[in-house]
Each structure stands twice: as structure tokens, then as C-alpha cells.
Design a protein around this ligand. Structure first.
Ligand SMILES: Nc1ncnc2c1ncn2[C@@H]1O[C@H](COP(=O)(O)OP(=O)(O)O)[C@@H](O)[C@H]1O
Ligand SMILES: [Mg+2]
Length: 330
């Protein structure tokens, strides 16, 4: 049985007086215990919304409109607040954001551990100052920090240290699934690499399932076993990372790979693909990428593609997967 099984997930933002924005569309996914999965795509394609939906951490105006999320055999999409809290103790997802906002500026590191450990304590568990200290020391050392950090406040720590503290706090409940949302985006390049390698080592050593949300294909290629490529709220490709650098892929994945290979990648991000992502308040009957795609045929705009095998992975492209005759290859 998969650790996490998502079926028919749709998430929309409903602001008053505006059309609903469908940020996650018809997502079916499953995650195995111990997998490291990268979710990659341009800013605004729905990665964070998907991550928060999986962890049941969406806040209004975002709402899960339909779909089931089965974690460890339990459908968490229907659990109430108290049942969710108890389920979190059993290792259910946590989301780590990058940056300062994950930590409370007026509380020292000890208090952050205390809050999490006490909020999810089992009925027989008693966390006192000494036992929290002991647990925190082990976790802080596990993320490459000195245990003495426990007495510090967030502003006394560098960005990289703060992110390591956040990771240690998230791991204090021994989660089976951790979702990292752009965990290194706010850090400078050298620190980014070192935090990513800490995440990878922790994941290997502790065996939790990691979902890494990032706009940086390089992080996915370096760290993930499997890559999910998102475009306009949909998963357009689900492939082993090792397959990404060879063979044919979804035309959008191919565009991302071309940009990544370009040394000016940060500035020219997807500049070589004409057009823009679709308006997410509209229904999209066919493939969301069709208007920008160089291999699209007329039926791409009318028939919704589904993930189908290609190479070692799956892509939702009826041209690439041979379901229709291809257009001009470009
Ligand atoms: N608070 C919000 N209110 C309305 N729409 C939102 C809000 N946050 C995000 N969205 C919409 O959801 C889409 C996906 O956002 P997000 O999940 O943050 O994308 P990503 O993490 O890939 O950058 C955005 O393109 C935007 O249209
Ligand atoms: Mg995001």
C-alpha cells in the first residue's frame, strides 16, 4: 500500500466577487514510503497549493473542492481538526516553508520544540524542560547545528541556521512524510547546497517520504528519485529523475530542461516558449500547454490528455505517447 494516495484532487481559491481560481486540477498521485519526490514547475503553477492541500493545511480563500487524500490507510480529507491533530502525531505531513516566517520571532528555539512536542503529545507523554532539551539536542545535531542553539531567538540565527532549526522542529514528531516548500529559495547559493544536502541525508537516514517543491529543476535532478512536473494546476509528467536527462518527455518538461541547460537560465526562464500559462479561472477542455506547444495537433486543444507511459515514466501528452499522430516536431 502506498503511504499517500491522492485521487481526483481539485483545489480552488474563491475570492468574493471574483471567479474561482482552480490552482490544482484533477490530480491523481501516489507516494511510497521512503521516496524522495520533486515537484517542479514555474511560479504560479500550483505547487504550494498542492503541498498545503496534501498536508491539510490550506487556509481560506483556498479550499479543496473535491478529491480524496489517503494517508497510511486513512482518508484525511474528511477528518475534523482534532482527528487531524491526532493523525499528525502518527507521522502525517508537515510543510516547511523557506525563510523567516516559519519561526515565531518572539520565541526562542526551545519554545518552538516545546510547542510542537506538547501540542501533539500522546496522552501518556509528559514533556518537561529537560526532556525537551534532550530531544531538541539530538534533532539539532542531526541537522548539523550545535545543541546550544536551543537558547537562541530566530533573529540571532543566520538564514541557513533558521532553516535547519525549522527542519529539526518538523522532524521532532518523526513524520513519515515531510513536504519541503522551496526550502532553500531564500538562502544564498552556497548555503542552499549545504541545506539541500542535509535534507537529502536526513531523508536517506530516517527513511521518511520527502516531497520537495521547487521552481529549480537542478534541485530535483540533484536530490529527487522521482520528478513531478506541474503546469497550470495539472501534473503533466511523473518520471524517475534519472530518465529526465534522456529520451522524450512532455513538451513542457523538455522546455524546462532546455532552460536549465542554458547558462543564462535564471534570466531567460522559459523565455523561449512563446505565450503564457492559461488563466486559471477558466475551464481548460484539452491540454493546458497546447497553446504554447510546438508539437500540438488540433485535438490537443479539445481532448484532455491523461498520464500514459513514455520511456520509464508517464506523461500527459497524446502526441508524445502516440495516442494521436504527431504535429511538426520542434
Ligand atoms: N491567496 C490567493 N488568492 C487567490 N489566488 C491565489 C492565492 N494564492 C495563489 N493563488 C492562485 O493559485 C495559483 C497557484 O499558486 P501557488 O500554489 O502558490 O503556485 P506556486 O507554488 O507553483 O508558485 C496562482 O497562480 C494564483 O493564481
Ligand atoms: Mg509556491
Amino acid at each position: 500500500m502506498a503511504l499517500l494516495e491522492v485521487t481526483g484532487l481539485n483545489v480552488a481559491y474563491a475570492s468574493q466577487g471574483a471567479e474561482r481560481i482552480w490552482a490544482v486540477r484533477d490530480v491523481d498521485l501516489s507516494f511510497e514510503q521512503g521516496e524522495f519526490v520533486g515537484v517542479v514547475g514555474e511560479s504560479g503553477c500550483g505547487k504550494s497549493t498542492l503541498g498545503y492541500a496534501l498536508a491539510r493545511l490550506l487556509r481560506p480563500p483556498a479550499r479543496t473542492e473535491s478529491g480524496s487524500i489517503v494517508f497510511d490507510g486513512v482518508d484525511i480529507s474528511t477528518l475534523d481538526h482534532e482527528a487531524l491533530r491526532q493523525h499528525r502525531r502518527n507521522g502525517f505531513a508537515l510543510v516547511l516553508q523557506s525563510g523567516m516566517n516559519a519561526l515565531n520571532p518572539v520565541r526562542d528555539v526551545h519554545h518552538h520544540f516545546a510547542d510542537v512536542l506538547r501540542a501533539h503529545a500522546a496522552p501518556h507523554e509528559r514533556w518537561n524542560r529537560a526532556s525537551i532539551r534532550e530531544r531538541a539536542a539530538e534533532l539539532l545535531e542531526g541537522v548539523g547545528l550545535d545543541a546550544g542553539v536551543i537558547g537562541r531567538f530566530p533573529h540571532e540565527l543566520s538564514g541557513g541556521m533558521r532553516q535547519r532549526v525549522s527542519i529539526a522542529i518538523a522532524l521532532s514528531l518523526e513524520p513519515k512524510l515531510v513536504i519541503f516548500d522551496e526550502p532553500t529559495t531564500a538562502l544564498d547559493v552556497i548555503v542552499q547546497r549545504s541545506v539541500m544536502s542535509t535534507i537529502k541525508n536526513l531523508q536517506k537516514g530516517r527513511g521518511f517520504t520527502a516531497i520537495l517543491i521547487t521552481h529549480d529543476l537542478g534541485d530535483v535532478l540533484d536530490s529527487a528519485d522521482r520528478a513531478l512536473v506541474m503546469y497550470a494546476g495539472r501534473i503533466v509528467e511523473d518520471s524517475p529523475t534519472v530518465e529526465l536527462t534522456r529520451g522524450e518527455h512532455h513538451p513542457y518538461t523538455e522546455a524546462l530542461l532546455r532552460c536549465f541547460a542554458d547558462p543564462r537560465a535564471d534570466e531567460v526562464m522559459l523565455a523561449d516558449i512563446p505565450g503564457a500559462p492559461p488563466d486559471l479561472s477558466l475551464a481548460i477542455p484539452g491540454c493546458s500547454f497546447a497553446p504554447r506547444c510546438s508539437v500540438a495537433v488540433p485535438s490537443c486543444s479539445t481532448t484532455r490528455p491523461v498520464l500514459a507511459p513514455l520511456g520509464g515514466g508517464r506523461v500527459s501528452c497524446q502526441v508524445r505517447t502516440g495516442l494521436v499522430e504527431g504535429g511538426s516536431r520542434g
